[in-house]
Design a binder for this molecule. Structure first.
Ligand code: HEC
Length: 176
């Protein structure tokens, strides 16, 4: 059997097309199988995040450090807050509101304290994540807040502060 040059080229192209299509299919199959075999992917991402040092990464960092943070360290760091806050149950509001049982408490809800609109407008309860954001930079979290405090920049310090604040309660809220 003899083929013309045109037929040869046509067959050639057809075979090439099949080969490319086939390898795509095969490639897809292999890649899918790979993904399924690798649930460690998400963990690798989490590990990589702090290295980038973005704001979100820093916050996530403090949240992931909660389990290993100690209230004792937080109590020491609270020296920075003492000039404005009492922590005892039924303690007085001073420059700032009393912080007994603040974790999970409705924002801006200490009885008798005159909050700024910045905080009353926020709404919702103080979750660990919101407290973390507020303590990182009060002004960034609640623009116009009366709390004139620069913020705790180290994630480890904030984690310690959060577990300390958590301990100021008759029934501490579960860690996230
Ligand atoms: C210079 C005084 C000052 C310092 C220092 C300070 N705060 Fe405050 N804090 C305030 C004031 C004032 C408010 C009320 C803010 C408003 O109404 O905008 C406040 C509000 C808060 C709230 C919200 C409470 C609520 O009832 O909604 C938390 C939580 C808090 N402070 C934690 C801290 C922590 C933790 C520190 C130390 C790392 C600290 N503060 C340091 C003055 C201060």
């Amino acid at each position: 059997m003899k083929f013309s040059w045109f037929e040869k080229i046509s067959f050639g192209l057809l075979i090439a097309a099949w080969a490319i299509y086939g390898s795509h299919m095969l490639g897809d199959t292999l890649v899918h199988a790979e993904e399924l075999k690798k649930p460690a992917y998400a963990v690798a991402m989490a590990d990589a995040a702090p290295a980038k040092g973005g704001a979100a990464a820093v916050m996530e960092n403090a949240m992931t450090m909660l389990a290993s943070a100690t209230p004792d360290k937080g109590a020491k760091l609270f020296k920075k807050c003492k000039s404005c806050h009492t922590v005892a149950k039924g303690g007085k509001n001073t420059v700032g509101p009393n912080l007994w049982d603040v974790v999970g408490r409705a924002k801006a809800s200490a009885a008798g304290f005159k909050y700024s609109g910045a905080l009353t407008d926020k709404g919702g309860d103080w979750s660990y994540a919101d407290l973390d954001a507020f303590i990182t930079s009060p002004k960034a979290f609640a623009k116009g807040t009366k709390m004139s405090f620069a913020g705790l920049k180290k994630a480890g310090d904030r984690a310690a502060m959060l577990v300390y604040l958590r301990s100021l309660s008759d029934s501490p809220k579960p860690l996230p």
